[in-house]
Design a protein around this ligand. Structure first.
Ligand code: NAD
Length: 482
């Protein structure tokens, strides 16, 4: 395992500033940002005061007047220029992403940044045209979509670039303005894309305000914010929803998951092991839609576990800046400690662990080994909880009805997948799984036009697709007598 010296990286030779009303501004207070590969401080980020949050919201409110009245095509062109400006700085964005988040620079950081830029450019080309739904001799009915006002975006630390820009592009193209608050664990990439926005977007249209969790609460309670677009944990999502009721804010909540993958006996299981491995362990398992429970038919489960372990054994955990690294560290110490407790529970209960299982706490970085738990009981913590780390239970099942019931027996409902040689059987099972997205014989496909959101306690509303764009608007009905 190797570690670089990040504090010497050229991308860190800059001051990180808030973006408020088109100005890059410092804050009186700052907070430390750590590299999870070695827990050294790599930068100090501005901790905005509550007064600065007020200024950002007021700026977004002022900017809304002009921005919302501009023709859609003009807003679209402006956002596409933003995509070009991001493209020009994407290597720096990738460096920053790996340095603050930990994910491998040459694989996951690259794909996150490139996907985010593609999203900004392509979402800017989408539209929500007014529909004429009735046109008779006497009467016309039109349904239009009008912007909401100021949107507050609150983002997590696992995909800070992609999940931030997923919100920025649809919010702005529909005519809203935004105040975005990144996670205090990963503020640098958002402050950096704010710096780029300052050069191409009109003042106040996008404001980036970093600091503590209390800023998020200030946003949810604020009467001048019309909507909160939140991605994070279910526990925080509930608090967001509760305090957003003060002015009946719109809320879109993208929350936690405990996704099941079901591998039937007739699946070409040797061939799909790489797909299943990366779907569970990509981003070191710190992924809302990571496979978190892998159910495999008992007739193949022992052989499957052996082959899965063989594949997983070759994957290298290390510093994301090292080109040889497949999986980076856990992003922050809080999450690392949570995982440690889950590993301890697995050890204390004597579950079979054919790979990994021991976290070496003497290491400087938050490194956690790829860990597989063979057939733990259905009511174990490792099956019931969202670990958000590189540990996966592979559980045997005999009966399809039983596995559907087990997959659905969770308060979460984000995504799921079914793997089989019989496509029709797979689709029949998919229709009975209670989740916002279900894949059959593929996984983790996303698209600009594909709505994504959770059922049950995994969320409310969707991002992406026509529906996701429409969630940044009010529906307005016009009726005209001829
Ligand atoms: P978190 O809920 O701890 O924090 C998310 C954001 O909320 C941060 O910016 C934080 O500062 C802010 N926040 C904290 N308290 C707040 C409050 N009272 N009011 C308003 N904002 C507040 O989540 P996290 O640990 O950063 O992210 C991990 C979680 O996110 C996991 O559960 C994961 O499954 C989920 N997630 C979901 C999706 C999805 O699309 N469904 C995507 C990524 C992550």
């Amino acid at each position: 395992m190797s570690t670089s010296n990040p504090s010497s990286h050229p991308v860190l030779d800059q001051d990180f500033h808030l973006l408020i009303d088109g100005q890059l501004v410092p804050a009186t207070e700052t907070f430390e940002v750590f590299n999870p590969a070695n827990n050294r401080v790599i930068a100090r980020a501005p901790a905005a005061s509550s007064a600065q949050m007020e200024q950002a919201i007021a700026a977004a409110r002022r900017a809304f007047k002009d921005w919302s009245r501009r023709p859609w095509a003009e807003r679209s062109a402006c956002i596409q220029r933003y995509a070009d400006a991001l493209e020009a700085r994407k290597e720096e964005l990738m460096d920053l992403l790996t340095l603050e988040q930990g994910k491998p620079r040459h694989t996951m950081a690259r794909s996150e940044v490139e996907a985010a830029i593609y999203w900004v450019r392509e979402v800017a080309k989408r539209s929500l045209p007014t529909e004429v739904i009735e046109d008779t001799d006497q009467h016309v009915v039109e349904v239009a979509h009008t912007p909401l006002g100021v949107v507050g975006a609150i983002t997590p630390w696992n995909f800070p670039v992609l999940l931030g820009l997923w919100k920025v592009a649809p919010c702005l193209v529909t005519g809203n303005t935004m105040v975005l608050k990144p996670s205090p664990y990963t503020p640098l990439t958002s402050l950096f894309f704010g710096r780029i926005a300052q050069q191409v977007l009109p003042p106040g249209v996008l404001n980036i305000v970093s600091g503590g969790n209390e800023l998020g609460q200030q946003m949810t309670e604020h009467p001048d914010i019309a909507k909160i677009s939140f991605t994070g944990s279910t526990a925080t999502g509930k608090r967001v929803m509760s305090s957003s009721s003060c002015n009946l804010k719109r809320v879109t909540l993208e929350l936690g998951g405990n996704d099941a993958a079901i591998v039937l006996a007739d699946a070409d299981w040797q061939a799909i092991i790489p797909d299943l491995f990366w779907a569970a362990f990509g981003n070191s398992g710190q992924w809302c839609i990571a496979i978190k429970r892998l159910y495999v038919h008992s007739s193949i489960q022992p052989e499957f576990v052996r082959a899965f372990v063989d594949y997983a054994r070759s994957k290298r955990v290390g510093d994301g800046m090292d080109a040889q690294t497949d999986l980076g560290p856990i992003q922050n110490r809080m999450q690392y400690e949570k995982l440690f407790s889950l590993f301890e529970d697995t050890r204390r209960n004597g579950y079979t662990v054919p790979l990994g299982g021991h976290i070496d706490q003497t290491q400087a970085g938050n490194f956690v080994p790829v860990t597989i738990v063979d057939n733990p009981p259905e009511d174990s913590r490792i099956v019931k909880e969202e670990p958000f780390g590189p540990i996966l239970p592979i559980i045997a099942f005999d009966d399809v009805e039983d596995v559907i019931a087990r997959a659905n027996d969770t308060p979460f409902g984000l995504a799921a997948s079914v793997w089989t040689g019989d496509r029709d059987k797979g689709i029949a099972i998919a229709r009975r799984l209670d989740a916002g997205t279900v894949w059959v014989n593929e996984i983790h496909i996303h698209g600009i036009d594909i709505p994504f959101g959770g059922h049950k306690q995994s969320g409310l509303g969707v991002e992406n697709g026509h529906e996701g764009l429409a969630e940044f608007t009010n529906t307005k009905t016009y009726m005209f007598r001829k």
